[in-house]
Design a binder for this molecule. Sequence first.
Ligand code: XMP
Length: 326
Amino acid sequence: QWTTSSIVGEQVERIRAQVGDGSAICGLSGGVDSAVAAALVQRAIGDRLTCVFVDHGLLRAGERAQVERDFVAATGVKLVTVDARERFMSALAGVTDPEQKRKIIGREFIRVFEQAAQDVQDAAGEHGETFGFLVQGTLYPDVVESGGGAGAANIKSHHNVGGLPEDLEFELVEPLRALFKDEVRRVGLELGLPETIVHRQPFPGPGLGIRIIGEVTAERLEILRAADSIAREELTAAGLDRDIWQCPVVLLADVRSVGVQGDGRTYGHPVVLRPVSSEDAMTADWTRLPYDALERISTRITNEVAEVNRVVLDVTSKPPGTIEWE
Ligand code: XMP
């Protein structure tokens, strides 16, 4: 029988068999997938796993703290944080094309990560450890959408699959490769991860970088982060977290519309709410959120985020729309 504890047991055995007495590195993205993958590997090989968290500046509010504090408290993993915010900002300057953004973010991520891995390895070298393995939180739908599955087309370049350089010096450990998101969440709970991590919304590797339509700048990130944090707060307060798969908030940074506030005319940016319901992200339906929740989100965002004067709702299913706008 395919129970959660049998998945855990089987994966732990597999990881031990694959890694032997080697050591592994895992990049934490702040998301569920990498957290669960890391926790599984931690369960299998203990402190021969080192986690690296790259702060690329494209994270949601509070995300870094959640990894550094909550994830570490729950698992006891060895964690190294790299602050690479400025590096990503300059690499993204002037770039508006979605695939280009993804490629740049993926490339910079790998470079920063490789350097961090090298540093970890150099430090560990003194203790005679070598790091041969790289843990990835790749799920089954990622494999399929990146063309790794049975003949599927490459729909978007997911930076956690197929974006690694050819001359990779690591062997991949991908304990979630056969699982769907709901199974990953159950495995996470089984491993003792807190609900706040296990039931958090899926978040793409390229982060808020692909939720700003237009050039990514530090100022636009601040705007989006504020709007996103209000939307998440209100959805949680209304008890709607389990009704949605995720609700991206998208900043239409190059679009402006006229508004009015007090006696004054405003000329601000719209944000899009993209609440979707889904089983596995391969298809999705737009979620019929209660009007009062939508109203609170809209009122708060337009009151509290000065640059945003309009909130719009995306009512497109997938297909034809993807969940993310880029
Ligand atoms: P789309 O937009 O393709 O998204 O319908 C499907 C699911 O995948 C997430 N997503 C990503 N996850 N790296 C990731 O790890 C990525 O580059 C990426 N792009 C999209 C998206 O949030 C949704 O859950």
